[in-house]
Design a protein around this ligand. Structure first.
Ligand code: ADP
Length: 455
């Protein structure tokens, strides 16, 4: 097994990886910015190396600094977590050239799936359904107009290099198209350094369903069922659950077969996620693949009892997967709530020092977080500060458990999204499982109307 792993990430995911390594008897090195010098991963890892100042571009995204950190500490592998360099084929390649194992898929897989428009074409080649769209990138205004007319409005313009819910724009009618195209091209150029845009039919009230897969370097590939990530705000996930109430055994089978055939088609190894949209008629369409561990991986771990991070480390080392498809089944129901440090009404980050903190506990509650009392949240990074995950026998029990857990969450010093999450958990719509990616938008509109016209 690996002797020492460099963690090229921060926050809760860095801590999650350190925890897996400790249980596997692997030593860890936390690569950190100056802004994270007092963070929990730095304290919990066996060693820590400062790789630069707070700005991610000068630390967590600096390949030479990370490689030097791995070399001076004699690490034989690097775990990139999610975000930052986790889907950077160049980083995976440089690691390989320096004889450091990149804990993730091959640079070729990352390249193939990292570009959303190429990924779409690959899915088509593997016989997996995709949303009707432009054939490849939109090359001109004329091409955009004719594609949209063929697909029919509404359409969604997407940056090929986009991610994290950014670089997307919905267009409802022809008069808006060219203006929106220019805007999204400019945004994509600035955010991702690539102005390439493609177009898809905008599915109006879909569910976001994703299939988790795990593959090893011996050609074994398994799925770990689905996650329902329909509760999103501005295309960013907020609440995830597994299994999905929208899938019956037949559709689940079809979706997992589609994910596995695409994974085999690209000879995928490591952990990966195939994201699909499921429309109201239960048609599903491939959207994109994430070639890394996902924020919401814990809900799958809870219902399958598979430790995705440990498997990812083992297969990167070259070991076969430690279980077969027939060994995994769904046990109970899990829900994850992402807690962000922000003003839920204004959706702006709320920065400050955590004065008091009490995290939920008790049966069936898991907290993945790197915050502590006295912790000052740095302004440079994502505003997610904790994930609350619950597991129970049924969805109903899981909802009650999450209500309790959110009620136990106490933090003073800044605003968080806990009150909003709690309102959703108590809402009739969520409880009934009546959800789509429009859920939060509709929910907030209803709340606003109720506050203007109280009963
Ligand atoms: P990212 O890589 O930024 O997460 P995705 O392509 O995964 O972007 O899309 C994020 C979310 O945007 C989806 O979960 C869904 O809610 C919405 N979305 C993307 N494509 C479509 C589409 N064609 N129709 C409707 N909603 C879409």
């Amino acid at each position: 097994m690996f002797k020492k792993i460099l963690i090229a990430n921060r926050g809760e995911i860095a801590l999650r990886i350190i925890r897996a390594c400790k249980e596997m008897g692997i030593r860890t090195v936390a690569a950190h910015s100056t802004a994270d010098a007092n963070s929990l991963p730095v304290r919990m890892a066996d060693q820590a190396v400062c790789i630069g100042p707070g700005e991610a571009s000068k630390s967590y995204l600096r390949i030479p600094a990370l490689i030097s950190a791995a070399e001076v500490t004699s690490c034989d592998a690097v775990h990139p977590g999610y975000g930052f360099l986790s889907e950077n084929a160049g980083f995976a390649e440089v690691c390989g050239e320096c004889n450091i194992t990149f804990i993730g898929p091959s640079p070729e897989s990352i390249r193939l799936m990292g570009n959303k428009s190429v990924a779409r074409e690959t899915a088509v080649a593997a016989g997996v359904p995709v949303v009707p769209g432009s054939d490849g990138p939109v090359e001109s205004d004329e091409a955009a107009l004719s594609s949209a007319a063929r697909i029919e409005y509404p359409v969604i313009l997407k940056a090929s290099a986009g991610g994290g819910g950014r670089g997307m724009r919905i267009v409802h009618e022809e008069s808006e198209l060219l203006n929106s195209l220019k805007l999204v091209q400019t945004e994509a150029g600035a955010a991702f350094g690539d102005k390439t845009i493609y177009m898809e039919k905008y599915v109006t009230t879909p569910r976001h369903i994703e299939i988790q897969v795990l593959g090893d370097k011996h050609g074994n590939i398994v799925h770990l069922f689905e996650r329902d990530c329909s509760i999103q705000r501005r295309h960013q996930k907020m609440i995830e659950e597994a299994p999905s109430g929208a899938l019956d055994p037949e559709i689940r089978k079809k979706m997992t077969i589609a994910a596995l055939s695409l994974a085999r088609h690209i000879q995928y190894h490591s952990a990966g996620t195939f994201e699909f949209l499921l429309d109201s008629k239960k048609n599903f369409y491939f959207m994109e693949m994430n070639t890394r561990v996902q924020v919401e991986h814990p809900v799958t771990e809870m219902i399958t009892d598979v430790d995705i991070i440990k498997e990812q480390i083992k297969v990167a080392f070259g070991l076969p997967l430690s279980f077969k498809q027939e060994d995994v089944s769904i046990f109970g129901h899990a829900i994850e709530c992402r807690v962000n440090a922000e003003d839920p009404e204004k959706f702006i980050p709320s920065i400050g020092r955590i004065e008091e903190l009490h995290l939920p506990g008790g049966p069936g509650v898991r907290i993945d977080s790197a915050i502590f009392q006295g912790y000052k949240i740095p302004s440079y990074y994502d505003s997610m500060i904790a994930k609350i995950i619950v597991h129970a026998h049924t969805r109903d029990e899981a909802i009650h458990r999450m209500r309790r857990a959110l009620g136990e969450f106490h933090l003073s010093g800044m605003k968080t999204t806990v009150p909003l999450l709690s309102k959703i958990m108590y809402s009739e719509e969520f409880t009934k499982g009546d959800v789509s990616t429009r859920f939060i938008e509709d929910f907030l509109a209803k709340q606003k109307a109720a506050s203007v016209h109280p009963k």
